[in-house]
Write a protein that binds this ligand. Structure first.
Ligand code: AMP
Length: 212
């Protein structure tokens, strides 16, 4: 099953995608993760996209679409995939249809206040990428990853000024996708306004929607 995950930055798509990926045995393809990894490794792609990520702006479509096309055509995605962070514009959605048929779109919904809170408190392990939150998912020792002992840091695009910009970009360019997929009869809204320890409530809504 080819699934698209929609929802504002910070709504928790990455966390839900990881769980769903194991449940359905299909890869979690996150364009944000692919770009961040490329920047970290200073690859050719990383050098091209760094400035956009640092500013909280969208990477140009011609780069992003090619990245997704290549990744979604790999062997591990032959039974399906969970697309997280793509498409983000109507143009990307139209281009996606040219190489993959989408079966379902899960749209994660939470109030803006909860989103700001989640994003600004999020911390990520430098070594293994595990995600924490300074209020809701504290590590045992402040600033240190429980899993690997790595140092926790705040993503440069999760400082308040950049968060605001990313949310604005989302409203302007990505929200229209909700209507786009609704008209195609593919959209399922998932109420994501639950604390992280209630993640099963969110996953069961996804399962119901995917069984339909
Ligand atoms: P994310 O982790 O999904 O919030 O993505 C982090 C950053 O990667 C975004 O702020 C963009 O700069 C870039 N990015 C991720 N996905 C896309 C996309 N589909 N189109 C353009 N830029 C993207």
């Amino acid at each position: 099953m080819n699934i698209v995950l929609l929802g504002s930055p910070g709504v928790g798509k990455g966390t839900y995608a990881n769980i769903l990926s194991k449940k359905y045995n299909i890869p979690h393809i996150s364009t944000g993760d692919i770009f961040r990894e490329a920047v970290k490794k200073r690859t050719k792609l990383g050098r091209k996209v760094k400035e956009f990520l640092d500013r909280g702006e969208l990477v140009p479509d011609y780069i992003t679409i090619q990245v997704v096309k290549e990744r979604s055509e790999k062997y591990d995605a032959k039974e399906g995939f969970l697309l997280d962070g793509f498409p983000r514009t109507i143009n990307q959605a139209e281009k996606l249809e040219e190489f993959k048929k989408i079966d379902k779109v899960l749209n994660f919904v939470a109030p803006e206040k909860a989103i700001m809170d989640r994003l600004s408190g999020r911390r990520v392990c430098k070594k293994c990428g595990a995600i924490y939150h300074i209020k809701y998912m504290k590590p045992r020792v402040e600033g240190v990853c429980d899993k690997c002992g790595g140092e926790l840091y705040q993503r440069s695009d999760e400082k308040p000024k950049i968060i605001k910009k990313r949310l604005k970009e989302y409203s302007r360019k990505t929200k229209p996708l909700i209507d786009y997929y609704k008209k195609k009869g593919l959209l399922a809204n998932i109420n994501s306004n639950f604390p992280i320890e209630k993640v099963d409530k969110i996953i069961s809504q996804c399962e119901l929607a995917l069984e339909k």
